[in-house]
Design a protein. Structure first.
Length: 424
């Protein structure tokens, strides 16, 4: 069988976690495995600080890079002991290249620089895991996703060139399997432009990378290994007595991901649905547990209501100053600005004379938006709010989430209720 596994940052956060990954891989000795791995622990966050320091020229790059080196050096020391010379030397080249880059002036495109630097987290983590597997005689090969995942030039949210990617992945992976390597280690989250520059696929995009590999290889299944028992009907941070969704459809998973379910990246499901490749979500803490499976059958979808919470939201309302109707021309202007600024709407609604949308507060410069529209529009906003989405709702589930809340905006379909609320 050809299987694709994805391990996120939490599953490779330290030496013990890397050993646990190897123990899981040992459970599948007869399968051909493509293993997609994220950056270790909070490395992506740390590299984002490097990008900001480089961009702002604040002189902190050297110290930030050193902190990253110390973090990874500790993991290497625990994994390899006195035999760490080769992997340390390999990573030192990456650290030196990063330091050299930070000593130059950045280009005029922040998002381009972001992709070139932040992508290194996945490269470093996979080199460590690959070297460790080989050191314990679990032979693997290292595949550079920057060579096989072809994308356009949309920095930080690159779009896949499926035809080119499928050809590159098929040819490269099949050659590796034929050579006798049944484990291939590659990176999530990253790809390359036609010019050879590195791109990223959006935050948490490693799930999507796993789906890309599976689609291109016609894999038998995909497993995302997480620190939860599977796909739950709500985030335990915000909800008590969560329930495991053992079996749901691709359609249901797409809906949940679209509305913000954090277990799966929104772009992950569609490629798997097209080729009917089941997606398992399993616990790396308890790999023998059943977990969840996402597949084609919809028979179990309505059994359990699901709750999706988005906290720290802002609701923005935009109205023409001349009190005219909000028509297509106005919406085109508003949408163009939101797209230009990379502001993603979590819910939207329009009336005759206003257009309202809710988004993550951290993703919008509200004063900049007000200034941009000030000549022709009145802009009002309300914060801090929370947005709750309930799939397969009833009166009891709505009452449960609206206790001690004031509902500011409400939308309902037959299967989904969405509520923007303020604490009272």
């Amino acid at each position: 069988m050809c299987r694709v596994f994805k391990f996120g940052g939490a599953s490779v956060k330290d030496a013990n976690a890397v050993r646990n990954v190897s123990d899981i891989l040992k459970r599948y000795p007869d399968d051909q495995l493509v293993v997609v791995i994220s950056a270790m622990g909070k490395t992506t966050n740390a590299l984002e600080k490097v990008v900001d320091s480089y961009w702002n020229k604040d002189g902190n790059c050297k110290d930030l890079i050193e902190e990253l080196k110390v973090f990874h050096r500790q993991i290497i020391q625990e994994l390899f002991g006195s035999n760490s010379e080769y992997i340390s030397a390999e990573l030192e080249i990456i650290w030196q290249d990063l330091a050299k880059k930070c000593a130059t002036d950045p280009s005029d495109n922040y998002h381009f620089e972001y992709d070139q630097i932040v992508s290194l987290g996945e490269v470093i983590s996979t080199k460590i895991v690959h070297a460790y597997l080989n050191s314990i005689e679990l032979e693997s090969s290292w595949l550079d996703a920057r060579k096989v995942v072809a994308t356009d030039n949309k920095w930080r949210e690159a779009r896949i060139n499926w035809k080119a990617t499928e050809q590159k992945i098929k040819n490269t992976v099949q050659d590796e399997f034929k050579s006798g390597h049944n484990i291939i280690i590659s990176q999530g989250f990253i790809g390359h432009t036609p010019e050879g520059f590195t791109t990223t696929l959006g935050r948490e995009g490693s799930d999507f990378s796993a789906a890309i590999f599976a689609y291109c290889l016609d894999a038998d299944d995909v497993t995302i290994w997480k620190d939860v028992p599977g796909m739950l009907n709500a985030d335990p941070k915000w909800f008590d007595n969560t329930i495991l969704l053992e079996k749901i459809s691709f359609r249901e998973a797409i809906e949940l991901a679209y509305f913000g379910a954090s277990v799966i990246h929104p772009r992950t499901i569609q490629p798997l649905k097209r080729k009917n490749i089941p997606l398992y979500i399993k616990s790396f803490v308890n790999p023998e547990a059943k977990g969840s499976v996402i597949q084609s059958s919809e028979e179990n979808d309505g059994n359990v209501p699901s709750f999706i919470f988005r906290m720290n939201q802002i609701l923005v309302s935009i109205s023409p100053k001349d009190f005219s109707f909000v028509i297509e021309e106005n919406l085109e202007e508003i949408f163009a600005y939101l797209n230009q600024e990379g502001i993603r709407m979590n819910i939207m609604q329009n009336s005759a004379v206003s257009f309202s949308f809710c988004c993550d507060r951290s993703k919008i410069d509200i004063q900049k938006l007000i200034e941009h529209f000030n000549d022709s529009y009145i802009v009002k906003y309300n914060e801090p709010l929370e947005l709750v989405t309930i799939r397969h709702y009833d009166d009891a589930t709505i009452k449960r989430v609206t206790t001690d809340k004031k509902v500011i905006l409400e939308q309902k379909t037959r299967e989904t209720a969405r509520l923007v609320m303020l604490n009272i």
